[in-house]
Design a binder for this molecule. Structure first.
Ligand code: URA
Length: 280
């Protein structure tokens, strides 16, 4: 693949660099050496970038619609229900619930794990260090969250093109104390809200980040490394599995694989748009 200057600049957003490795037939996407403290004069840390395999459809594990009253809620009702939720003990320690952010009809839906301290303070998902990396990753493929646009908050929806927008939500809407992992009963009690959010957004692609998003949406406990690289489906929506940004911050070489995952998601959206245009 040949990379334009623009694409190289985009990759730099993610801390990746295109390296014209001696002897290699194609440039290699690699983690910039500076990013891992090797010094600017050093070679990048080369990470073999897998060519995205042919999308392979895995049958959905079959999750029902959002349960009970949640199944028919519109955005404002859903937002209110989340804000008032006391279904698990997390409501006792939260500052506030973290509903989700983004365009209500975004073509891209990002599903993370749970709010951390900063998110609990600000009421918006992914606003800490992981969030900065997530925003850079999204920017690298031309996407953005509509900062300050909270579906169901009563704010007027902005005119941005939904194809370039994301909606970001977590499996849990409340922060687990000390940022511990979500507990199974917390995930189970909260999942109706996420299901309803997906039903309302009807995204063209879901990016499931990290093992708890994958457990909730695919009902799989397989390692991320085994699930990434192919297209799954959730309620008929294509779903791509990738690493959680917090994991990428601790494991910089995996950023090149996360880039592969973003490219697979982008290819998937573009392929279905082309298919729809042909059928129209
Ligand atoms: N990690 C997540 O999974 N979600 C957030 O909102 C913040 C950090």
């Amino acid at each position: 693949m040949s990379w334009t200057e623009h694409q190289r600049a985009m990759l730099a957003e993610m801390g990746l660099r295109v390296w014209d490795a001696p002897g290699a037939q194609e440039p290699v996407v690699a983690v910039a050496a500076e990013a891992v403290g090797a010094g600017p004069a050093s070679r990048p840390i080369a990470v073999p970038v897998t060519v995205a395999p042919q999308p392979h459809i895995v049958s959905p594990p079959g999750m029902d619609r959002a349960p009970g009253a949640v199944a028919t809620m519109d955005w404002p009702a859903l937002r209110d229900a989340v804000a008032a939720c006391t279904a698990c003990s997390l409501h006792q320690s939260r500052r506030q619930t973290v509903f989700g952010v983004g365009h209500p009809q975004a073509h891209w839906m990002i599903v993370g794990e749970a709010p951390g301290e900063e998110e609990d303070r600000r009421g918006e998902p992914f606003v800490g260090r992981s969030g900065q990396l997530l925003d850079n990753m999204l920017r690298a493929i031309g996407l953005s969250r509509q900062a300050g646009t909270l579906a169901g908050s009563g704010e007027s929806s902005a005119p941005e093109d939904p194809a370039k927008q994301v909606f970001i939500a977590n499996t849990l809407k409340c922060r687990p104390p000390g940022n511990r992992n979500p507990a199974p009963d917390e995930l189970a009690r909260c999942e109706g809200f996420l299901i309803r959010q997906i039903e309302l957004v009807r995204p063209k692609i879901i990016l499931a980040m990290g093992r708890f998003a994958v457990q909730s949406l695919l009902r799989s406990t397989a390692p991320i490394g085994q699930l990434r690289g192919r297209v799954h489906h959730y309620q008929g929506v294509p779903l791509v599995v990738t690493y959680h940004p917090a994991y990428l911050l601790r494991n910089l070489p995996e950023k090149a694989r996360a880039w592969d995952d973003l490219c697979l998601a982008l290819d998937t959206v573009e392929a279905s748009a082309a298919h729809a245009a042909r059928g129209a």
